[in-house]
Write a protein that binds this ligand. Structure first.
Ligand code: LUZ
Ligand code: MOS
Length: 766
């Protein structure tokens, strides 16, 4: 099955919000944003701006009829700043005008004066000052204090990972159209239609049933539209409600990069102890999460970090503490992996330091402690499957890891200035929202009298292929050709109280809901067919658009069956609600079974470093991945490849830089993402005979886990760099940019480095 909508996308027929024609009377909104990271508003004068050509209205906090509050988990974030601004890019006022250009010109004409206040950007400094978003949390198992004494080697260090810009192709966008009678229809590029509905209702002082949110498709999201699509949609709703006219907003790329939150930077300390045989005995870590100026999803992300502290390993004694630190940066938010990549980077750094201390390869330590079936995670849940070990072993065998490592070592002996590096990266990722209540989904299915099928669910299509998977589920459940099935927009009138399409769980949960609704209709149709054929319903099946009796096709086809059911006044519609069973989590004890299941896999990353220039290439990534019984192998492969490349970008070239709280990397000339030339060869295989009783049709979630294979690139680069500078200790500060590579190779200018360089130069000369 080829991916749903590929053709229309390629032909430019799929409409995104910016492509929709203006409804009559449409106005455009632009935002005046804070130029300071922290300041008190001493003057906000909109008089001159209000007189600018085309400007219809300027809205500030005092124009908000309901609550000026968009916070989800913690209500700590105004839609528009009131007295104080907390980050550069924070919306202060909204200008509504007849064109986007005039709206922006109006925003530039607003007189905003600020008294600068002290700002903090470093999460450790924020924590030291007691600036925490929520109380800190600690997860523990075993007795870590007692365990150090029995360790043969104990290492410690610090690991820092940077933020990451989502760079969805479609920037934040929304269009609100008043419907009469005080009702609003909001078209939003959001992963969370219900969040938009709930917050718009709160800000406007309306009941939720006065607001319809409709989402056709997103041009990418990656977590950046889980919480952070909301303010833009609510701004258009506020303006549309105030003016009684349609209002739209589409952020320009630079605005989007400056004003919206990104992946959280983390700064962490670690300590790792190994037994004499190399097994991990004890692990301790402290995470300082840079949350930015408001909570947003930071507490949930912190929780997922804690739950992924031990990565793919069994760690008998562990204690990890996480602090969510308030700083004067844009509120950092959900991003593919949701805190797990940051946590995995820390334990992989610790393993690297231990490998150095022992003089062994990282892989020897990794392999020794991989989770086996039945091993417990620190939160008490047992691993249901042994796929951590299985995928790692299959990776080593199928891709001949030992041979690749030997070849890299041989290459490095012959090449003084160019070094190859290899690293393995196991991934274990828990599937389910860690907030248990979010693990619910619903579907509404109609079969029309011509046999065509309409499916609505809570899932938002953002390019990840969830619609293709739901079509596959519906087609198999009803026994009809996939061509009969249409997936509708995600709409709060058809499917209410939706969880965000997030946590890799969109196809799992909405697929299950769609399956339940389809099976309910199928059972009614089977009863009709049984009556027509004069047999028992159990003897009847529907497959391939035909009715089968005792397994053999009969005259009766799908279309006639549907019509017969209709004329017998049998309902051809069904609604279903799915709630992931069994999961629970006790935050007071940090124990429970928060996940329906885990996704496992392992990857090998091969890199080459030019040790004169400090440049590098990621040459090849091989992965053995557990996709369960894939609903759509092409979609899953696409997600794997995209995740790997995005993970490599985070680890190697995407460097988010702030100066005095201002985003210095707000263009594509200063913020580098991997392009097709930077993408490595990717060879991925899915585990054979993998199944999964905990998701729809034995599939597994795919969206986030492969991102973390990219973490291997950092350690492969260190491997190559240490081949050039075996005298230097590894450092853990991602991304590993060419600047950092160069400083490691040559920056200390020790005798050893100079000698090494001289030897290399001599080699070239000769
Ligand atoms: N969003 C969320 C997520 O609200 N909770 C989660 O656990 C989660 N996990 C991954 C990605 N988004
Ligand atoms: Mo997400 S990081 O919106 O699954």
């Amino acid at each position: 099955m080829s991916r749903h909508e590929v053709g229309p996308h390629a032909r430019g027929e799929s409409l995104f919000i910016a492509d929709l024609p203006d409804p009559a009377g449409t106005l455009h909104a632009a935002v005046l944003a804070s130029p300071l990271a922290h300041g008190r508003i001493t003057r906000l004068d909109t008089t001159a701006a209000a007189g600018m050509p085309g400007v219809a209205r300027i809205l500030t906090a005092s124009d908000i009829p309901g609550a000026n509050q968009i916070g989800g988990i913690v209500q700590d974030e105004p839609l528009l700043a009131e007295d104080v601004v907390h980050f550069v890019g924070q919306p202060v006022a909204v200008v509504v005008a007849d064109t986007p250009r005039r709206a922006r010109a109006g925003a530039a004409a607003i007189a905003l004066e600020l008294e600068e206040l002290p700002a903090v950007f470093d999460p450790r400094a924020a924590a030291a000052a007691g600036e925490l978003i929520v109380p800190s949390r600690t997860i523990a198992c075993g007795d870590v204090d007692a365990a150090w004494g029995s360790c043969a080697v104990v290492v410690s260090g610090r690991a820092d990972s940077g933020g990451q810009e989502h760079l969805y192709l479609e920037t934040q966008a929304a269009l609100t159209i008043p419907q009469g009678g005080g009702r609003l229809r909001i078209l939003s590029s959001t992963q969370a239609p219900t969040a938009v509905q709930r917050i718009a209702a709160r800000v406007l002082g309306l009941p939720m049933n006065a607001i319809e949110v409709d989402v056709a498709r997103l041009g990418g999201a990656f977590g950046g539209k889980e919480d952070q699509a909301t303010p833009w949609a609510v701004i258009t709703a506020l303006a549309a409600r105030t003016l009684g006219r349609p209002v739209r907003i589409e952020l320009e790329r630079g605005e989007d990069m400056r004003m919206t939150g990104k992946r959280h930077p983390y700064s962490s300390d670690f300590r790792l102890g190994l037994a004499a045989d190399g097994a991990i005995l004890a692990y301790e870590a402290t995470y300082y999460q840079n949350a930015g100026a408001a909570a947003d999803l930071s507490p949930a992300i912190l929780e997922r970090s804690l739950l992924h502290a031990s990565g793919s390993y069994v760690v008998p004694n562990l204690r990890v503490t996480a602090h969510s630190c308030r700083t004067n940066l844009p509120p950092f938010t959900a991003f593919r992996g949701f805190g797990a990549p940051q946590a995995m980077f820390v334990i992989e750094s610790a393993i690297t330091r231990a490998a150095e201390a022992l003089g062994v390869d990282r892989v020897e330590i990794q392999r020794r402690s991989l989770l086996a079936a039945g091993d417990r995670f620190p939160y008490g849940m047992p691993a249901q499957q042994g796929h951590a070990r299985r995928s790692f072993a299959e990776l080593e065998e199928r891709f001949e890891v030992a041979r690749v490592r030997a070849a890299a070592a041989a290459f490095n002996r012959e090449h003084p200035l160019v070094k190859r590096g290899v690293a393995l990266m196991p991934v274990c990722f828990g599937i389910s929202f860690t907030s248990t209540f979010l693990n619910q989904a619903a579907a509404l299915v109609h079969v029309y009298t011509d046999g065509s099928v309409s499916v609505s669910t809570a899932a938002v299509e953002m390019g990840q292929g969830v619609n293709a998977k739901i079509i596959a589920v519906a087609a198999r459940s009803l026994g009809v050709d996939a061509g009969r099935i249409s997936i509708e927009t995600t709409n709060t009138l058809r499917v209410a109280n939706t969880s965000p399409t997030a946590a890799s769980s969109g196809a799992d949960m909405n697929g299950r809901a769609a399956e339940m609704a389809c099976l309910a209709i199928r059972d009614r149709l089977r009863a009709v067919a049984a009556e027509l054929l004069g047999v028992a319903p159990e003897q009847v099946a529907i497959a391939g658009d035909r009715v089968l009796r005792d397994g053999a096709a009969v005259e009766l086809g799908w279309e006639r069956l549907v019509w017969e059911a209709y004329t017998r006044r049998v309902s051809l519609s069904a609604q279903a609600h799915y709630a992931t069973p069994r999961i629970h989590y006790d935050r007071s004890r940090e124990q429970g079974e928060p996940f329906a299941y885990h996704v496992y896999g392992a990857a090998m990353v091969e890199v080459t470093v030019d040790c004169l220039r400090g440049t590098c290439t990621v040459d090849r990534v091989c992965a053995v991945h557990d996709a369960g019984r894939s609903l759509d192998p092409l979609v899953d492969l696409g997600q794997l490849e995209g995740g790997v490349v995005q993970g490599l970008g985070w680890m190697t070239m995407e460097e988010l830089l702030f100066g005095d709280g201002r985003n210095l990397s707000d263009t594509l000339s200063t913020y580098k993402v991997p392009d097709i030339l930077a993408a490595p060869a990717i060879e991925a295989v899915f585990l054979d005979d993998a199944d999964n009783p905990h998701a729809v049709m034995h599939s597994k979630a795919i969206g986030e886990p492969p991102f973390m294979y990219g973490i291997g690139a950092y350690f492969a680069l260190l491997d190559a760099m240490r081949a050039f500078r075996p005298d230097r200790e590894a450092f853990f500060h991602a991304p590993m940019t060419p600047e950092r590579i160069l400083m490691f190779l040559h920056g200390d200018r020790t005798d050893a480095a100079v000698t090494q360089l001289d030897r290399a130069r001599a080699a070239i000369t000769s």
